[in-house]
Write a protein that binds this ligand. Structure first.
Ligand code: SAH
Length: 351
């Protein structure tokens, strides 16, 4: 069977072309997008489009190709993890975090990941494949539909921090960002989108040149190359210096403050010495450092730092003049915390 094209893969301009070919005037774009992004999954329901057009669209296109197969809510109810089935049998996860200021969706950009960070679950089996634009959009629409049922506010904040390295799926991610930002789709402000990367320097520069002023988060986790190489293979490709240079370039081009993620691993990167070195590395650069104790994953030898060590690290870093925030930890009890999302397919014990 030939699979139909997914409308969620298409930009408004592409949809304009599709409708033009069907002989429709341009105002139909808004109508069609209105239905699609309000969550309609069938062309039949788009009653303001002519019937013949609906039929022709239906012959060639589908709307979304991702199925919610499981939903797990944390004990406190502040985190919800969704398992989604893709058309080829792969399963991805996304997580909604409920903060006081609204709902944030943490979504996946790849099935698996090839970056190989030693503390991260998502990369264990390597990269399976990139997600298509429509598969990222579908995660947002699926969650919106689900939250809508309980009358809650829809997703207004998005973090690309689920499984995958967003900058390793660059073209699709950039198209996705433009698409959900469009006023005729979800109208999500760039300020409310954060892209987290393990530090692919050339792609950071490319992104900086694109006029998409989203927040950039860089997973640094170490203040020098030797230590970083011990825990992140990507550190052999790009030095910490190059990463900081690229971050400065991003800040200068976009005016958006960059944040650095720093997951504390007991006895490895959480000492006073590393805090001081990090302070020196980032001196005079207006940025944030987001610290978070490492989350445990099966089989990895890493332990969380003690509360006392975390406090000392935070205090030391702050005393160097760096702005430090401590990431609120959500989602532990449902395996939905940072680095715990996986390609939940064959080995998915919850399934
Ligand atoms: N590939 C991107 C985004 C996905 S990971 C990146 O590397 O940034 C999102 C964040 O979770 C990254 O900062 C990542 O380093 C961190 N992370 C991964 N595994 C973790 C773990 N076990 N505990 C805490 N943070 C983890």
């Amino acid at each position: 069977m030939v699979m139909k094209d997914d409308i969620l893969d298409k930009s408004p301009t592409e949809i304009m072309d599709i409708l033009k070919q069907l002989g429709e005037p341009s105002f139909r774009v808004k109508q069609l997008l209105g239905w699609v992004y309000k969550g309609k999954r069938s062309f039949d329901e788009m009653t303001n489009l002519p019937k013949t057009t609906r039929i022709r669209l239906k012959e060639r296109y589908m709307i979304g190709n991702v199925k919610q197969i499981k939903k797990i809510t944390s004990d406190k109810g502040d985190t919800i993890k969704y398992l989604c089935l893709l058309h080829d049998g792969n399963i991805i996860e996304c997580v909604v975090m409920r903060y006081d200021y609204g709902n944030t969706l943490c979504l996946s950009t790849q099935v698996g990941c090839r970056m190989g960070c030693s503390f991260c679950e998502s990369t264990r089996q390597g990269l399976i494949r990139n997600l298509k634009v429509g598969e990222m959009v579908a995660q947002v629409l699926m969650v919106n539909a689900d939250l809508g049922e309980t009358g809650e506010r829809n997703i207004r904040n998005i973090v690309l921090m689920g499984s995958g390295e967003p900058l390793d799926n660059f073209d699709n991610v950039v198209k996705f960002l433009g698409l959900i930002h469009d006023p005729n789709t979800l109208n999500i402000s760039y300020r409310n989108i954060t892209l987290s990367t393990c530090g692919l320097v050339s792609k950071i520069r490319e992104l900086a040149n694109m006029d998409i002023p989203i927040t950039l988060a860089i997973s640094l986790h170490a203040p020098n190359d030797a230590l970083r190489r011990r825990i992140m293979p990507v550190a052999s490709a790009y030095s910490v210096r190059e990463i900081v240079e690229a971050a400065k370039y991003y800040f200068n081009r976009t005016g958006r403050r960059v944040s650095f993620e720093y997951s504390l691993i007991d006895g490895i990167n959480d000492g006073v010495e590393q805090a001081e070195e990090l302070g020196r590395l980032l001196a005079d650069f207006p940025c944030h450092v987001n610290i978070i104790p490492i989350n445990s994953i099966e089989g990895a030898p890493y332990r969380r730092s003690s509360a006392a060590r975390i406090q000392l690290f935070e205090k030391t870093l702050r005393s160097t003049g760096i702005q430090v925030t401590r990431r609120r930890e959500l989602g532990h009890d449902i395996g939905g915390a940072c680095g715990q999302l996986k390609r939940g397919y064959l080995n998915n014990s919850e399934g």
